[in-house]
Design a protein around this ligand. Structure first.
Ligand code: URA
Length: 445
Protein backbone atom coordinates (compact mmCIF):
# COMPACT_ATOMS: atom_id res chain seq x y z
CA UNK A 1 0.00 0.00 0.00
CA UNK A 2 1.72 3.24 -1.01
CA UNK A 3 -0.67 6.13 -1.53
CA UNK A 4 1.40 9.31 -1.91
CA UNK A 5 1.40 12.07 0.75
CA UNK A 6 1.08 15.81 -0.06
CA UNK A 7 4.70 15.91 -1.24
CA UNK A 8 4.16 12.91 -3.51
CA UNK A 9 6.05 10.48 -1.23
CA UNK A 10 4.28 7.28 -0.14
CA UNK A 11 2.61 7.46 3.29
CA UNK A 12 4.26 5.63 6.15
CA UNK A 13 3.30 5.16 9.79
CA UNK A 14 6.54 6.60 11.21
CA UNK A 15 6.11 9.94 9.43
CA UNK A 16 2.44 10.19 10.45
CA UNK A 17 3.29 9.46 14.11
CA UNK A 18 6.20 11.92 14.09
CA UNK A 19 3.88 14.64 12.74
CA UNK A 20 1.31 13.92 15.43
CA UNK A 21 4.02 13.98 18.11
CA UNK A 22 5.02 17.43 16.86
CA UNK A 23 1.38 18.60 17.09
CA UNK A 24 0.71 18.55 13.32
CA UNK A 25 -2.53 16.68 12.58
CA UNK A 26 -2.14 14.49 9.47
CA UNK A 27 -3.98 15.28 6.24
CA UNK A 28 -7.18 13.25 5.63
CA UNK A 29 -5.38 11.09 3.03
CA UNK A 30 -2.74 10.15 5.60
CA UNK A 31 -5.46 9.15 8.09
CA UNK A 32 -7.16 7.12 5.34
CA UNK A 33 -3.85 5.34 4.78
CA UNK A 34 -3.35 4.74 8.51
CA UNK A 35 -6.89 3.38 9.03
CA UNK A 36 -6.51 1.08 6.02
CA UNK A 37 -3.16 -0.04 7.46
CA UNK A 38 -4.81 -0.84 10.79
CA UNK A 39 -7.34 -2.98 8.96
CA UNK A 40 -4.82 -4.75 6.72
CA UNK A 41 -2.09 -5.25 9.33
CA UNK A 42 0.41 -3.04 7.49
CA UNK A 43 0.46 -0.81 10.60
CA UNK A 44 2.00 -2.70 13.54
CA UNK A 45 0.65 -2.83 17.12
CA UNK A 46 3.54 -0.64 18.29
CA UNK A 47 2.78 1.95 15.62
CA UNK A 48 -0.93 1.90 16.48
CA UNK A 49 -0.12 2.39 20.18
CA UNK A 50 2.22 5.31 19.43
CA UNK A 51 -0.39 6.86 17.10
CA UNK A 52 -3.06 6.63 19.83
CA UNK A 53 -0.71 8.05 22.48
CA UNK A 54 0.28 10.99 20.26
CA UNK A 55 -3.41 11.79 19.66
CA UNK A 56 -4.12 11.51 23.41
CA UNK A 57 -1.33 13.97 24.15
CA UNK A 58 -1.69 16.47 21.28
CA UNK A 59 -5.21 16.02 19.88
CA UNK A 60 -6.33 16.16 16.25
CA UNK A 61 -8.56 19.24 16.29
CA UNK A 62 -12.16 19.20 14.95
CA UNK A 63 -11.24 18.67 11.28
CA UNK A 64 -8.76 15.89 12.09
CA UNK A 65 -11.34 14.20 14.32
CA UNK A 66 -13.88 14.16 11.49
CA UNK A 67 -11.22 12.89 9.06
CA UNK A 68 -10.16 10.07 11.42
CA UNK A 69 -13.80 9.08 11.98
CA UNK A 70 -14.39 8.90 8.19
CA UNK A 71 -11.14 7.03 7.61
CA UNK A 72 -11.99 4.43 10.26
CA UNK A 73 -15.60 4.13 9.06
CA UNK A 74 -14.34 3.55 5.50
CA UNK A 75 -11.84 0.89 6.60
CA UNK A 76 -14.63 -1.67 6.03
CA UNK A 77 -18.07 -2.11 4.48
CA UNK A 78 -20.93 0.40 4.81
CA UNK A 79 -24.22 -1.27 5.60
CA UNK A 80 -27.49 -0.18 3.95
CA UNK A 81 -30.85 -1.50 5.04
CA UNK A 82 -34.21 -2.06 3.44
CA UNK A 83 -36.31 -3.04 6.44
CA UNK A 84 -39.94 -2.34 7.34
CA UNK A 85 -38.96 -0.15 10.34
CA UNK A 86 -36.36 2.42 11.38
CA UNK A 87 -32.78 1.31 12.07
CA UNK A 88 -31.62 2.91 15.33
CA UNK A 89 -29.05 2.31 18.03
CA UNK A 90 -27.53 3.60 21.25
CA UNK A 91 -23.91 3.72 22.44
CA UNK A 92 -22.37 4.71 25.76
CA UNK A 93 -18.99 6.35 26.26
CA UNK A 94 -18.34 3.80 29.01
CA UNK A 95 -18.80 3.32 32.70
CA UNK A 96 -19.22 0.85 35.56
CA UNK A 97 -22.33 -1.31 35.94
CA UNK A 98 -23.58 0.15 32.67
CA UNK A 99 -25.51 -2.70 31.13
CA UNK A 100 -28.24 -0.60 29.48
CA UNK A 101 -27.34 -1.83 25.98
CA UNK A 102 -28.43 -5.36 26.91
CA UNK A 103 -31.84 -4.05 27.98
CA UNK A 104 -32.21 -1.47 25.28
CA UNK A 105 -31.54 -3.50 22.12
CA UNK A 106 -34.45 -5.93 22.78
CA UNK A 107 -36.70 -3.18 24.21
CA UNK A 108 -36.27 -1.09 21.04
CA UNK A 109 -36.91 -4.19 18.92
CA UNK A 110 -40.10 -4.85 20.90
CA UNK A 111 -41.19 -1.29 20.02
CA UNK A 112 -40.76 -1.86 16.27
CA UNK A 113 -37.18 -0.66 15.67
CA UNK A 114 -34.32 -2.61 14.08
CA UNK A 115 -31.09 -2.53 16.09
CA UNK A 116 -27.78 -3.69 14.54
CA UNK A 117 -25.76 -2.87 17.66
CA UNK A 118 -22.00 -3.01 17.04
CA UNK A 119 -20.53 -2.93 20.52
CA UNK A 120 -17.16 -3.04 22.26
CA UNK A 121 -15.28 -5.10 24.81
CA UNK A 122 -13.99 -3.84 28.16
CA UNK A 123 -12.02 -0.65 27.62
CA UNK A 124 -9.60 0.57 30.29
CA UNK A 125 -11.41 0.33 33.62
CA UNK A 126 -14.88 0.14 32.02
CA UNK A 127 -16.87 -2.97 31.19
CA UNK A 128 -17.77 -3.97 27.63
CA UNK A 129 -21.15 -5.10 26.30
CA UNK A 130 -19.57 -7.93 24.27
CA UNK A 131 -17.71 -9.37 27.26
CA UNK A 132 -20.91 -9.22 29.31
CA UNK A 133 -22.95 -10.96 26.62
CA UNK A 134 -20.29 -13.63 26.09
CA UNK A 135 -20.66 -14.71 29.73
CA UNK A 136 -23.77 -16.50 28.39
CA UNK A 137 -22.55 -19.98 27.42
CA UNK A 138 -22.29 -20.61 23.68
CA UNK A 139 -23.13 -17.03 22.69
CA UNK A 140 -21.15 -15.60 19.74
CA UNK A 141 -20.64 -11.95 18.92
CA UNK A 142 -18.38 -12.50 15.88
CA UNK A 143 -20.98 -12.40 13.11
CA UNK A 144 -20.49 -11.87 9.40
CA UNK A 145 -22.48 -9.20 7.60
CA UNK A 146 -24.72 -11.88 6.09
CA UNK A 147 -25.38 -13.38 9.52
CA UNK A 148 -26.18 -9.92 10.88
CA UNK A 149 -28.61 -9.29 8.03
CA UNK A 150 -30.47 -12.54 8.50
CA UNK A 151 -30.57 -12.16 12.29
CA UNK A 152 -31.97 -8.66 12.04
CA UNK A 153 -34.71 -9.82 9.67
CA UNK A 154 -35.56 -12.59 12.15
CA UNK A 155 -35.16 -11.05 15.63
CA UNK A 156 -34.93 -7.28 14.91
CA UNK A 157 -31.89 -6.91 17.19
CA UNK A 158 -28.31 -8.17 17.31
CA UNK A 159 -25.36 -7.23 19.49
CA UNK A 160 -22.14 -8.01 17.67
CA UNK A 161 -18.46 -7.05 17.47
CA UNK A 162 -16.69 -4.91 14.88
CA UNK A 163 -15.31 -7.42 12.40
CA UNK A 164 -12.86 -7.79 9.51
CA UNK A 165 -15.81 -6.55 7.41
CA UNK A 166 -17.32 -3.76 9.56
CA UNK A 167 -15.12 -1.06 11.14
CA UNK A 168 -11.98 -3.24 11.14
CA UNK A 169 -9.75 -0.27 12.00
CA UNK A 170 -11.66 0.31 15.24
CA UNK A 171 -11.63 -3.40 16.01
CA UNK A 172 -7.82 -3.27 16.04
CA UNK A 173 -7.21 0.18 17.58
CA UNK A 174 -9.81 -0.40 20.33
CA UNK A 175 -8.01 -3.50 21.62
CA UNK A 176 -4.68 -1.65 21.56
CA UNK A 177 -6.08 1.43 23.36
CA UNK A 178 -7.51 -0.85 26.05
CA UNK A 179 -4.03 -1.87 27.22
CA UNK A 180 -1.99 1.26 26.43
CA UNK A 181 -3.74 3.91 28.58
CA UNK A 182 -4.92 5.71 25.46
CA UNK A 183 -8.68 5.72 25.93
CA UNK A 184 -9.56 9.12 27.34
CA UNK A 185 -9.22 11.30 24.24
CA UNK A 186 -12.24 13.08 22.74
CA UNK A 187 -10.83 12.50 19.24
CA UNK A 188 -10.20 8.78 19.70
CA UNK A 189 -13.51 8.14 21.48
CA UNK A 190 -15.43 10.02 18.76
CA UNK A 191 -13.70 8.15 15.94
CA UNK A 192 -14.03 4.80 17.70
CA UNK A 193 -17.73 5.09 18.49
CA UNK A 194 -18.86 6.74 15.28
CA UNK A 195 -16.76 4.70 12.85
CA UNK A 196 -18.73 1.59 13.78
CA UNK A 197 -22.07 3.31 14.27
CA UNK A 198 -21.92 5.16 10.93
CA UNK A 199 -20.75 2.02 9.11
CA UNK A 200 -23.83 0.24 10.52
CA UNK A 201 -26.09 2.47 8.38
CA UNK A 202 -28.21 3.88 11.22
CA UNK A 203 -31.07 6.32 10.76
CA UNK A 204 -30.91 7.47 14.37
CA UNK A 205 -28.34 7.23 17.14
CA UNK A 206 -28.56 8.03 20.84
CA UNK A 207 -25.37 8.57 22.78
CA UNK A 208 -25.00 8.20 26.52
CA UNK A 209 -22.09 10.50 27.38
CA UNK A 210 -21.05 9.80 30.94
CA UNK A 211 -19.11 11.89 33.40
CA UNK A 212 -17.90 11.40 36.94
CA UNK A 213 -15.45 9.23 38.82
CA UNK A 214 -16.24 6.07 36.80
CA UNK A 215 -16.24 7.69 33.35
CA UNK A 216 -13.42 8.67 31.00
CA UNK A 217 -14.65 12.27 31.20
CA UNK A 218 -14.30 13.27 34.84
CA UNK A 219 -16.06 16.65 34.62
CA UNK A 220 -19.35 17.83 33.17
CA UNK A 221 -17.44 20.31 31.00
CA UNK A 222 -15.36 17.52 29.41
CA UNK A 223 -18.49 15.42 28.89
CA UNK A 224 -20.25 18.33 27.17
CA UNK A 225 -17.25 18.81 24.88
CA UNK A 226 -17.28 15.08 24.03
CA UNK A 227 -21.05 15.13 23.45
CA UNK A 228 -20.72 18.15 21.12
CA UNK A 229 -17.91 16.44 19.19
CA UNK A 230 -19.94 13.24 18.84
CA UNK A 231 -23.20 14.91 17.87
CA UNK A 232 -21.68 17.31 15.35
CA UNK A 233 -19.54 14.59 13.73
CA UNK A 234 -22.47 12.17 13.48
CA UNK A 235 -24.93 14.83 12.21
CA UNK A 236 -22.28 15.96 9.71
CA UNK A 237 -22.24 12.39 8.40
CA UNK A 238 -26.03 12.42 7.99
CA UNK A 239 -27.04 10.40 11.05
CA UNK A 240 -29.69 12.00 13.32
CA UNK A 241 -28.13 11.96 16.75
CA UNK A 242 -29.03 12.98 20.30
CA UNK A 243 -26.72 12.77 23.31
CA UNK A 244 -27.74 12.57 26.94
CA UNK A 245 -25.14 13.59 29.49
CA UNK A 246 -25.47 11.25 32.44
CA UNK A 247 -24.02 10.59 35.85
CA UNK A 248 -21.20 8.10 36.38
CA UNK A 249 -20.13 9.17 39.87
CA UNK A 250 -21.32 5.73 41.02
CA UNK A 251 -22.06 2.39 39.32
CA UNK A 252 -25.29 2.46 37.32
CA UNK A 253 -26.47 -1.06 38.22
CA UNK A 254 -25.44 -2.37 41.66
CA UNK A 255 -23.05 -4.84 39.99
CA UNK A 256 -19.79 -4.63 38.02
CA UNK A 257 -18.46 -7.69 36.21
CA UNK A 258 -19.62 -9.63 33.20
CA UNK A 259 -22.01 -12.38 34.38
CA UNK A 260 -22.94 -10.28 37.42
CA UNK A 261 -24.24 -7.50 35.14
CA UNK A 262 -26.15 -10.02 33.02
CA UNK A 263 -27.85 -11.06 36.28
CA UNK A 264 -28.84 -7.40 36.88
CA UNK A 265 -30.22 -7.29 33.32
CA UNK A 266 -32.19 -10.52 33.71
CA UNK A 267 -33.62 -9.36 37.05
CA UNK A 268 -34.85 -6.20 35.35
CA UNK A 269 -36.14 -7.93 32.22
CA UNK A 270 -38.01 -10.55 34.23
CA UNK A 271 -39.18 -8.09 36.92
CA UNK A 272 -37.56 -10.05 39.75
CA UNK A 273 -35.46 -7.12 41.08
CA UNK A 274 -35.72 -3.87 39.17
CA UNK A 275 -32.95 -1.34 39.69
CA UNK A 276 -34.38 2.19 39.43
CA UNK A 277 -31.34 3.90 37.86
CA UNK A 278 -30.90 1.18 35.24
CA UNK A 279 -34.59 1.24 34.42
CA UNK A 280 -34.86 5.03 34.22
CA UNK A 281 -31.78 5.45 32.03
CA UNK A 282 -32.86 2.65 29.70
CA UNK A 283 -36.27 4.30 29.31
CA UNK A 284 -34.77 7.76 28.72
CA UNK A 285 -32.24 6.59 26.11
CA UNK A 286 -34.76 4.32 24.43
CA UNK A 287 -37.32 7.12 24.35
CA UNK A 288 -34.89 9.33 22.45
CA UNK A 289 -34.11 6.51 19.99
CA UNK A 290 -37.80 5.82 19.30
CA UNK A 291 -38.42 9.54 18.75
CA UNK A 292 -35.48 9.74 16.31
CA UNK A 293 -36.81 6.70 14.47
CA UNK A 294 -40.34 8.14 14.20
CA UNK A 295 -41.81 5.40 16.41
CA UNK A 296 -42.80 7.84 19.17
CA UNK A 297 -44.23 11.36 19.17
CA UNK A 298 -41.38 12.59 21.37
CA UNK A 299 -38.82 11.31 23.86
CA UNK A 300 -41.33 11.16 26.73
CA UNK A 301 -43.77 9.09 24.65
CA UNK A 302 -40.84 6.89 23.59
CA UNK A 303 -39.76 6.38 27.20
CA UNK A 304 -43.28 5.27 28.12
CA UNK A 305 -43.20 2.75 25.24
CA UNK A 306 -39.85 1.36 26.40
CA UNK A 307 -41.19 1.00 29.96
CA UNK A 308 -44.20 -0.86 28.61
CA UNK A 309 -41.92 -3.20 26.62
CA UNK A 310 -39.92 -3.91 29.79
CA UNK A 311 -42.97 -4.33 32.02
CA UNK A 312 -44.97 -6.51 29.65
CA UNK A 313 -42.20 -9.06 29.10
CA UNK A 314 -41.98 -8.16 25.39
CA UNK A 315 -38.36 -6.98 25.79
CA UNK A 316 -37.49 -10.24 27.60
CA UNK A 317 -38.99 -12.19 24.71
CA UNK A 318 -36.87 -10.32 22.12
CA UNK A 319 -33.83 -10.76 24.35
CA UNK A 320 -34.42 -14.54 24.40
CA UNK A 321 -34.72 -14.67 20.59
CA UNK A 322 -31.51 -12.64 20.20
CA UNK A 323 -29.57 -14.89 22.60
CA UNK A 324 -30.72 -18.04 20.81
CA UNK A 325 -29.96 -16.56 17.35
CA UNK A 326 -26.39 -15.84 18.49
CA UNK A 327 -25.80 -19.39 19.75
CA UNK A 328 -26.81 -19.03 23.40
CA UNK A 329 -29.25 -21.33 25.23
CA UNK A 330 -32.77 -21.27 23.77
CA UNK A 331 -34.22 -21.33 27.31
CA UNK A 332 -31.99 -18.57 28.69
CA UNK A 333 -34.80 -16.21 29.75
CA UNK A 334 -36.42 -18.97 31.85
CA UNK A 335 -33.25 -20.65 33.10
CA UNK A 336 -30.68 -17.86 33.41
CA UNK A 337 -29.83 -18.53 37.08
CA UNK A 338 -28.67 -22.06 36.08
CA UNK A 339 -26.89 -20.95 32.91
CA UNK A 340 -24.54 -18.21 34.11
CA UNK A 341 -21.11 -19.00 35.60
CA UNK A 342 -20.45 -18.14 39.26
CA UNK A 343 -17.17 -17.50 41.07
CA UNK A 344 -15.96 -19.97 43.73
CA UNK A 345 -15.12 -17.33 46.39
CA UNK A 346 -17.41 -14.56 47.68
CA UNK A 347 -16.52 -12.14 50.48
CA UNK A 348 -18.45 -9.12 51.73
CA UNK A 349 -16.92 -5.70 52.18
CA UNK A 350 -18.45 -4.28 55.36
CA UNK A 351 -18.66 -0.66 56.40
CA UNK A 352 -15.95 0.23 58.93
CA UNK A 353 -17.94 3.25 60.24
CA UNK A 354 -21.39 4.67 60.65
CA UNK A 355 -22.62 7.59 58.55
CA UNK A 356 -23.50 7.91 54.89
CA UNK A 357 -21.86 6.79 51.69
CA UNK A 358 -20.59 10.21 50.64
CA UNK A 359 -18.61 9.32 47.50
CA UNK A 360 -17.36 6.33 45.52
CA UNK A 361 -14.14 6.18 43.52
CA UNK A 362 -15.99 4.38 40.75
CA UNK A 363 -12.96 4.07 38.46
CA UNK A 364 -11.31 2.05 41.26
CA UNK A 365 -14.24 -0.37 41.24
CA UNK A 366 -13.56 -0.93 37.52
CA UNK A 367 -9.86 -1.56 38.19
CA UNK A 368 -10.81 -4.06 40.93
CA UNK A 369 -12.92 -5.99 38.39
CA UNK A 370 -10.05 -5.95 35.86
CA UNK A 371 -7.60 -7.20 38.52
CA UNK A 372 -10.01 -9.95 39.56
CA UNK A 373 -9.77 -11.16 35.95
CA UNK A 374 -12.96 -9.59 34.59
CA UNK A 375 -11.03 -7.33 32.17
CA UNK A 376 -7.72 -7.36 30.31
CA UNK A 377 -4.29 -6.02 31.22
CA UNK A 378 -2.75 -7.59 28.07
CA UNK A 379 -4.20 -7.49 24.56
CA UNK A 380 -6.26 -10.59 23.79
CA UNK A 381 -5.94 -12.03 27.33
CA UNK A 382 -8.81 -14.32 28.30
CA UNK A 383 -11.21 -12.96 30.90
CA UNK A 384 -13.07 -14.67 33.71
CA UNK A 385 -16.80 -13.97 33.19
CA UNK A 386 -17.83 -14.89 36.73
CA UNK A 387 -15.77 -12.44 38.80
CA UNK A 388 -16.59 -8.90 39.91
CA UNK A 389 -18.60 -6.97 42.45
CA UNK A 390 -22.29 -7.15 43.36
CA UNK A 391 -24.64 -5.68 45.97
CA UNK A 392 -22.93 -2.31 45.55
CA UNK A 393 -24.41 0.24 47.95
CA UNK A 394 -25.25 3.62 46.40
CA UNK A 395 -24.22 7.16 47.32
CA UNK A 396 -26.42 8.48 50.15
CA UNK A 397 -27.03 5.08 51.77
CA UNK A 398 -27.09 5.28 55.59
CA UNK A 399 -24.56 2.78 56.94
CA UNK A 400 -23.46 1.33 60.27
CA UNK A 401 -20.32 -0.59 61.19
CA UNK A 402 -20.35 -4.13 59.81
CA UNK A 403 -23.06 -3.42 57.23
CA UNK A 404 -22.19 -4.99 53.84
CA UNK A 405 -21.50 -2.36 51.16
CA UNK A 406 -20.34 -4.69 48.38
CA UNK A 407 -19.76 -8.37 47.65
CA UNK A 408 -16.57 -9.54 45.94
CA UNK A 409 -16.79 -12.54 43.57
CA UNK A 410 -13.30 -13.94 42.95
CA UNK A 411 -11.42 -16.94 41.62
CA UNK A 412 -9.22 -17.18 44.75
CA UNK A 413 -9.37 -16.07 48.40
CA UNK A 414 -6.17 -14.04 47.97
CA UNK A 415 -7.71 -12.08 45.08
CA UNK A 416 -10.90 -11.50 47.05
CA UNK A 417 -8.94 -10.21 50.06
CA UNK A 418 -6.91 -7.83 47.86
CA UNK A 419 -10.20 -6.51 46.44
CA UNK A 420 -11.55 -5.87 49.96
CA UNK A 421 -8.58 -3.60 50.69
CA UNK A 422 -9.15 -1.65 47.47
CA UNK A 423 -12.86 -1.33 48.24
CA UNK A 424 -12.02 0.20 51.63
CA UNK A 425 -10.11 2.94 49.80
CA UNK A 426 -12.84 3.41 47.16
CA UNK A 427 -15.76 4.11 49.53
CA UNK A 428 -15.88 7.43 51.45
CA UNK A 429 -18.13 7.42 54.51
CA UNK A 430 -19.26 10.88 55.65
CA UNK A 431 -21.07 12.23 58.73
CA UNK A 432 -23.43 14.35 56.64
CA UNK A 433 -25.84 13.05 54.03
CA UNK A 434 -24.42 13.99 50.59
CA UNK A 435 -26.41 15.61 47.80
CA UNK A 436 -27.61 12.84 45.49
CA UNK A 437 -26.30 13.18 41.92
CA UNK A 438 -29.05 13.55 39.28
CA UNK A 439 -29.03 10.71 36.73
CA UNK A 440 -29.46 12.85 33.60
CA UNK A 441 -27.67 16.17 33.54
CA UNK A 442 -28.11 17.42 30.00
CA UNK A 443 -29.22 16.74 26.44
CA UNK A 444 -27.52 17.76 23.21
CA UNK A 445 -29.21 17.39 19.88
N1 URA B 1 -16.94 3.12 23.31
C1 URA B 1 -16.27 2.91 22.16
O1 URA B 1 -16.74 2.18 21.28
N2 URA B 1 -15.07 3.49 21.97
C2 URA B 1 -14.51 4.31 22.88
O2 URA B 1 -13.44 4.82 22.64
C3 URA B 1 -15.21 4.54 24.10
C4 URA B 1 -16.42 3.93 24.29
Amino acid sequence: MSMPNDQGAPHDARTIIAGLRAGLPPAPAALDWFAAGLASGEVSDAQAGAFAMAICLNGLGPAGRVALTRAMQNSGEQLHWDLPGPVVDKHSTGGIGDCTSLLLAPALAACGAYVPMISGRGLGHTGGTLDKLESIPGLRTDRTTDQLRSQLAQTRCAIIAASPQIAPADRRLYAIRDVTATVDSIDLITASILSKKLAAGLEGLVLDVKFGSGAFMKTEQQARALAQALVSTAQGAGCMTTALITDMSQPLAPAAGNALEVIAVMETLTGTAVNAALWDLTAALGGEALALGGLAADAADGAARIEQALQSGAAAEYFGHMIAAQGGPADFVDRWPDRLPSAPVTLDFNSPLDGFIGAIDTESLGHIVVQLGGGRLRQGAPINPSVGLSNLAAIGTTVEPGQPLARVHAATKAQAEAALKQLAAAYTITDQAPDLPPLIIGRIT
